[in-house]
Design a protein around this ligand. Sequence first.
Ligand code: IVH
Length: 632
Amino acid sequence: MSDRAGPPQETVGNEAAVVGAAADGAGGNEAAAAARVQELRDQIRYHQYRYYVLDDPELSDAEFDKLFGELQALEEAHPELRSDDSPTVRVGGLVSDRFEKTRHPTPMLSLANAFSEEDLFAWRERVRRLLPEEERARLAYVLEPKFDGLTVVLHYEQGRFVLGATRGDGVQGENITPNLRTVRELPLHIPVDPRRGVTAPARLVVRGEAYVEKADFEAFNRRQIAQEERTFANPRNFAAGSLRQLDSRISAGRPVKLWVYQVLVLEGGAALTTHSGALAYLADLGLPVYPDVRRFADADFEALVEATAAFGARRHDLPFEVDGVVVKVDDLAQQAQLGFTGKDPRWAIAYKFAGQEEVTRLLDIVLNVGRTGVITPNAALEPVQIGGVTVSKATLHNEDYIKALDIRVGDRVLVKRAGDVIPKVLRPLVELRSGDEQPWQMPATCPACGQPLVRPEGEAATYCVNNACPAQLVRMVEHFVGRGAMDIEGFGIRQAELFVERGYIHDLADIYALPWDEIRQLEGYGDKRVENLQAGVEASKQRPIARLLTGLGIRYVGSVVAELLMAHFASLDALMAASAEELNQIDGIGPRIAASVVDYFSLQPNRDLVRRLAEAGVRTADLDRPARQGLD
Ligand code: IVH
């Protein structure tokens, strides 16, 4: 991830204008540079704030790096404009005031970036030049992934984990100890395995990266989408958001993992002479160290560069996100000799991979009606290849998102694809507008049923509240027959649309009373196909009752919650009879879920639906369990 380190926000707002005015009388070039420097510093601070404090960046890494690079170049060309509080000089991110602050034992520096193989070779030349002749022979490098997560500083005293903090502004971080204690990879006592013959050092402070695996991130977002809850933009934000919680029980439920990669302080431990040795030592103590770190002699630098490219090509196969590799001088004494420039060590460099973002044209904005009536505006895009996949659709979230970014139909837009998640429109490229672009308005009526749309006060979402809206019914059927639920082979969105449109399905129970003879008359529905479909519908009657419950599409009741509930109740009848208090007592079921279930079954049409499903032969009880297991 881009390094957006920098100082806290300070308003420097109008200085640019003042300098700009002086330029009129005093020769333009210097004044224009000064104004631009000021502007860039403001922008960079703002984007650092979005990134670090809000966990909600507006810019892609590439865009941010571009701003940062421009500022660095200007300061290089105009030394008189340099300033101690420029984001290029100060170490940092931002500290939110929600957490107690804690001072780091050493400043938490960041890394200079290389964007090409030439940059890597140039870095090596500088390292060689700065070291005395006799040192060059011993020179070697370590190549490791650049983990894309939340940087953390972990303190151990006499082997006990006593403090964990975010990087914050590089000098002070946020104390998130209780949240970090919930990370399973993080040993609370070291050594983890005394049989290895290592003993705990008196004091150890390490730096690492807390992260979430891509699959865990996607599964979480899928669950959130199913429950119409907030999703995270990427695994990094998810990891950061999970650890920057005031309630550590929330952190505990999140699949956050950890890699450590640097010793910051060591007292009363092994005598470390190399970075690779330090990693091996940390691994011996039982800390999570990425196993596939490689060492190259200086003479093999070309092989290192090749390995870097190979790593870049394979990075999508890794279970976690990396945004580059880090190359470090291995010898710790040489690292000390090389020292730092500004906020970056000279002994290390980050090589960034190209991002998963492309520019394409926004052809139209189309509304999708969700199963609960939520209206999502989607972007219809001119198809574009992103990371080897053709993208022609992306989410625009809601009305406010489109307004805030002033996205217009016809705009060229920056689109990002992150893992398997729905691609996202990041922003319009305003500078490429022709003037023909059309501002967009949320329509007043539902595109499917024509009834008025409603946007409840204080909510970002717009809804179609018509219970009889055919689009909602189609989505409901699609969900019911889908994989996590009744899993009916050959039954997908097309069939759902067709059968709803033809009037065969008015509610979910109608799936079990389809007019098969009529369907056989439809184009594309030959005997074999109908037979298979019919068999699929028949087979679904025997699904475990938790699947049926998932299929009903009750708010907040996805497959995980459905399993929890049906482990307690032997039948849907028993569940329907339960009170909110009873439900609340089940481990993992909170008041929100409990209320949602009770609300759902308090409606007669929903109770009738379950009855009709049962009459159609769908399993609504577990035969081998007593009727109200665990609650009598
Ligand atoms: S070494 C003195 N190694 O990337 C510099 N940093 O752009 C010590 N990061 O937030 C940093 N993976 O925490 C190092 N293998 C790795 C890393 C890594 C991720 C983070 C780092 C910082 C950012 C710098």
